[in-house]
Design a protein around this ligand. Structure first.
Ligand code: ZN
Length: 236
């Protein structure tokens, strides 16, 4: 036979819940966790700033991309011409022709290079701003890494305690009769903060602190789960 179910078992369960709540609060409130959240916010903001700054220079970046692609293509072409010019069997006309092509390519390259330098000068203020955001983001990344390592370390022992309490709670709940389990689940689902507590002096509900009249108290004690009419908590 199972042991009889006592309403005070619900109070024991409530104590485990309090412990779980305490550990979870500790996890969420340590100095490093607060710092981590702060860093995450700053990281997001800096990324947004960077994106806006980059969007403002979208024309510049499109042009830069095109210039870089052109540069790559012309360099490749000139390399190929260089290989052809090494061919000893070329006739003079071919040599002149390839040499001209190569020179023209080099002129284009120098023009593109000058254009890029011009654009960089034109947009130097905005580009410096972008660089600044990128530096800030790099620095934030390093800090985030360091602090999250510390938080993980801190949480290790708390998580062990949390797992212990969770399994104790699970075990206890499983030992309850079905209707007591259901009562607990319902109260939790409804957001009851204290599911069970001893009656306080002067007929106060131990869960919500409301003064209960003696007729309310009689009603409570005569019902199966002795629930307070105001907070639904079990008054033991
Ligand atoms: Zn109450």
């Amino acid at each position: 036979m199972n042991e009889p179910f006592l309403l005070s078992n619900l109070i024991d369960l409530q104590e485990i819940d309090n412990e779980i709540y305490k550990i979870e609060s500790q996890k969420g409130e340590s100095e490093d966790v607060v710092l981590l959240k702060d860093l995450e916010t700053k990281f997001k903001e800096s990324n947004k700033d960077l994106e806006v700054a980059k969007n403002n220079l979208s024309e510049y970046f499109t042009q830069l991309e095109k210039d870089e692609l052109d540069t790559k293509n012309i360099k490749q072409k000139n390399e190929n011409i260089g290989i052809k010019l090494n061919d000893k069997s070329l006739d003079p006309n071919e040599i002149i022709n390839y040499t001209k092509q190569k020179e023209s390519g080099e002129q284009q390259l120098s023009k593109i290079k000058k254009n890029i330098e011009f654009l960089q000068r034109e947009n130097s203020e905005e580009l410096n701003e972008i660089k600044k955001y990128e530096d800030v983001i790099d620095d934030l990344k390093k800090q985030l890494f360091e602090v999250s390592k510390k938080v993980q370390e801190e949480w290790k022992s708390l998580d062990v305690r949390l797992a212990e309490s969770e399994s104790k709670k699970k075990e206890m709940l499983l030992s309850f009769p079905d209707d007591a389990q259901k009562l607990y689940d319902d109260l939790k689902a409804r957001g009851a903060e204290v599911i069970a507590a001893y009656k306080l002096e002067n007929n106060q509900c131990g869960c919500c602190g409301v003064d209960l009249t003696s007729s309310e108290m009689d009603k409570i004690t005569s019902s199966k789960y002795q629930q307070c009419p105001y907070c639904d908590g079990v008054v033991v």
